[in-house]
Design a protein around this ligand. Structure first.
Ligand code: BEZ
Ligand code: FE2
Length: 407
């Protein structure tokens, strides 16, 4: 058993409760008790540590990354979704060269340094499997399905199954294999059905990029625009969209998926997502770079959806620091009350990142019975703690995962 404490514990529950001079008593598996540090000091403990001028939060969660794109720094074009996607198709092989493993290790360090203890990693190829499975991070590992050409679907589905099986060999309470659908424009309806069945029969969490761009919405609604030319240029075929927006959404019923981005979603789309208890993951910096827009939080509120915040990959971000991401969002959402926005952002990488999660993982709050994963951040503040944390903190002072100190 161990005891740590700090000037403030941000419990990261729905009410944003704070304990002054708080302590957390824990073992490697779970939090045993939370109280004031003083009240816990007499408990038998292998070690006791009080962090002065610090706050402790649950370890942060970055639920949407693409570690395999860690090498991008200037190869991919930003500012227009179509130009970006063209540049991804043209550069994706060269971004996977022999120095990828080293870059992925650097990115994992950036994640840990920013207080992240849990990631949702979209894996397109499986190149990131061992780097993630052997890292200290807890990982929801989303094996991604892609494929628009009918002739290639069998081969691509077999490849997905092989990657899923490889990842299942690493299953543990640190590593959770899962599935991802790339997007409605890139996944044929036959492939979608197979992957949805797989997710259902094996009870696997599911993530999907959805309505990230105006180009995607235009394609699904009018069968015209950027994607028409895209398929002609890169696939030499005249293509039709595989779904209408509502048919695509309806096919996920019963699965409670993570819908990533939803920038171009209407109130009606969000209502459908809320009805199926789906979650929304928002990546503000990526969204600004690719679609010149960030998620409408008022629309989310109307649909009673609390967004989860994440960084996306270096394919559409300069860094995977979650602290950078939240600080940027703090400035970008100018029409929202600063202090309550800061709380919502912090809860979006803790409490809401795990609330009602499909695997029943108890994470994202400091609470008895939850995982002993903590981030410690230095602060001189005594009030407005969420705001001051996001504003001033560039890296974590300490990080615990599974009760062990990683940083
Ligand atoms: C494909 O691999 O089929 C694909 C990739 C990106 C966009 C659309 C289709
Ligand atoms: Fe993404």
């Amino acid at each position: 058993m161990y005891l740590i404490g700090a000037d403030y514990l941000l419990l990261c529950n729905e009410d944003f409760s704070i304990i002054k001079n708080g302590g957390i008593y824990f073992n490697e598996n779970e939090i045993l008790e939370i109280d004031t540090y003083e009240n816990l000091q007499n408990k038998p403990a292998k070690s006791q540590k009080y962090y002065q001028n610090c706050v402790i939060t649950p370890a942060l969660t970055n639920l949407h990354i693409h570690l395999e794109f860690s090498q991008n720094e200037g190869s991919l074009k930003f500012g227009n979704f179509g130009k970006w996607l063209d540049s991804v198709i043209e550069n994706r092989e060269s971004l996977m060269d022999s120095s990828l493993q080293l870059q992925m290790q650097n990115t994992i360090q950036t994640l840990l340094q920013s207080g992240v203890g849990f990631v949702g990693a979209i894996s397109s190829y499986g190149y990131d499997l061992e780097a993630l499975a052997n890292s200290p991070l807890r990982v929801l590992y989303f094996n991604e399905a892609i494929g628009s050409k009918v002739e290639a679907l069998d081969m691509l589905y077999q490849n997905l199954l092989a990657r899923l099986q490889d990842s299942q060999q690493f299953s543990s309470h640190h590593f959770f294999p899962a599935l991802a659908i790339h997007s409605p424009y890139s996944v044929h309806s036959k492939m979608l059905q197979k992957v949805l069945n797989l997710a259902k029969t094996q009870s696997l969490p599911l993530s999907v990029h959805f309505l990230e761009s105006k180009e995607e919405r235009e394609w699904l609604e009018t069968k015209k625009g950027y994607f028409q030319g895209f398929f002609e240029r890169f696939f030499h075929t005249k293509m039709q969209p595989f779904y209408t927006i509502s048919d695509f959404l309806n096919s996920f019923r019963g699965l409670k998926p993570y819908f990533v981005h939803c920038l171009e979603a209407t109130y009606k789309d969000l209502e459908m997502i809320a009805k199926m208890q789906g979650k929304i993951i928002s990546c503000p910096k990526s969204n600004r770079l690719l679609n010149n827009k960030i998620l409408d939080l008022n629309l989310c509120k109307q649909s009673q959806i609390h967004p989860i915040f994440a960084t996306d990959g270096k394919s559409s971000n300069d860094s995977l620091s979650l602290l950078d991401e939240l600080r940027t969002a703090l400035y970008a959402y100018m029409d929202y009350d600063l202090e309550s926005l800061a709380k919502d952002l912090l809860l979006g990488v803790t409490y809401y990142a795990h609330k009602d999660n499909p695997l029943g993982i108890k994470a994202g709050s400091l609470k008895k019975g939850f995982l002993p994963d903590f981030a410690v951040f230095k602060t001189k503040a005594k009030e407005q703690l969420a705001l001051m944390l996001l504003l001033y903190t560039k890296k974590a002072e300490a990080l615990y995962i599974g009760g062990k100190q990683i940083i």
